[in-house]
Write a protein that binds this ligand. Structure first.
Ligand code: AMP
Length: 363
């Protein structure tokens, strides 16, 4: 893809107004860019720090066209933006990442199939569309297994653990979506992720793999360094950079993976679980422990600037502040090694990502 450079002073259009958009806008401002946010909400974290808000529905073509006209390049902080939205916008301005990447990332069956087709490991899986198909898939894969909605799933939403002897009809209706994927339950040693920045000319910069600890299927902690064997780190890096290149991502690609206790029958120690073509919660540590954060890296990638360093200068443990965890903000501020980031959300509902704190230490 030919690469157009958008120098500082340019305007970046951001689809979505959440905390990922907020932290991208802050990084963009530091480099002298302005950010216009398109989102349907009136009150969203990115709106407190951006240059302009265009309020509209993602399917409102008139609002989208007006938004596109006033920006130089468009990126996003949420992968479930309708494909139609990206198509409409791309008539007017470059959209990075584009519709083809989002199409894969929005669908768990497509993303796992894509990984498989590119020689990467995944958990055994079957697409399912009814309780009858689910029962057949369970026979194939074996139980326990996880039933997930194919689309719109995040943070464990739309997921049902199916134990041996479970009622398939009930599991199917508990999942609550018209299409699902049944996945073998992976007995992993740990979970890691890799974030890759990639420019239109194919230049890439990848952060080292980090270790992720989930509670109730929501990311609780990210640890850097990951404490995994060099060969496993190499395999994870190769999987993530390979996927970013195969998908022709411009911007960021986060790849979440399981590390197996030992290699599977195909020789994989690492299985791809999920991809996200945007800044990722497991990359928040880069703000405080890297010379160039994932957010700055996104700005650099979509504006065609030199990519930044991905080398950590400190150890880091990132803790998500979910719901009422945010009430501890004063305690975190008293800790000299803790860097507190709050997202400006008014209401601390249980499980809601209110902020994060990164505790840094000498490497
Ligand atoms: P996901 O929504 O696919 O990112 O899943 C959220 C979390 O649930 C993952 O980070 C894992 O901790 C767990 N999980 C998801 N899929 C599997 C699986 N096939 N086997 C074991 N654990 C899983």
């Amino acid at each position: 893809m030919p690469m157009k450079t958008i120098p500082p002073g340019g305007i970046i259009g951001m689809l979505g107004g959440g905390q990922l958009g907020r932290m991208t806008a802050m990084a963009a401002a530091r480099l002298g860019y302005r950010v216009h946010v398109f989102c349907p909400e009136d009150d969203a974290p990115a709106l407190q720090v951006c240059d302009m808000h265009v309020r509209g529905d993602f399917l409102d073509e008139k609002a989208l066209t007006g938004f596109a006209r006033n920006v130089d390049v468009i990126t996003l902080e949420w992968e479930n933006i309708p494909i139609k939205t990206l198509e409409v916008l791309s008539y007017a301005r470059p959209v990075h990442p584009g519709a083809a990447v989002l199409r894969v990332a929005q669908d768990r069956v497509l993303e796992k199939t894509f990984a498989r087709d590119h020689g990467l490991g995944t958990a055994a899986f079957r697409p399912v569309h009814s309780a009858t198909e689910l029962a057949a898939a369970a026979k194939d894969i074996g139980l326990p297994a996880l039933l997930k909605s194919t689309r719109m799933g995040y943070d464990g939403k739309g997921q049902v653990l199916i134990a041996p002897g479970a009622d398939m009809q009930k599991a199917w209706s508990d999942m609550g979506a018209p299409a699902g994927i049944l996945e073998a339950l992976v007995d992993f040693e740990c979970e890691v992720s890799v974030i890759v920045a990639r420019r239109a000319d194919g230049a890439v910069a990848a952060y080292p793999p980090v270790r992720n600890i989930h509670r109730n299927q929501i990311l609780a902690e990210t640890r850097v360094p990951a404490g995994i064997a060099p060969a496993v780190a190499e395999e994870a890096l190769k999987a993530a950079t390979g996927m970013a290149a195969a998908l022709d991502v411009v911007g960021l690609l986060a790849v979440e993976m399981f590390v197996l206790k030992q290699a599977d029958k195909d020789g994989h120690r690492v299985l791809v679980n999920e991809i996200a073509p945007r800044p990722h919660n497991s990359g928040h540590w880069t703000i405080d422990a890297c010379g160039c954060s994932q957010f700055e890296q996104l700005v650099r990638a979509v504006c065609g600037l030199p990519l930044g360093t991905t080398e950590p200068h400190s150890r880091a443990v990132m803790h998500n502040l979910l719901g009422s965890d945010v009430d501890q903000w004063q305690d975190w501020l008293k800790q000299p090694n803790a860097r507190l980031h709050l997202y400006g959300k008014a209401e601390a509902r249980p499980g809601r990502k209110m902020g994060h704190v990164t505790v840094v230490d000498k490497l």
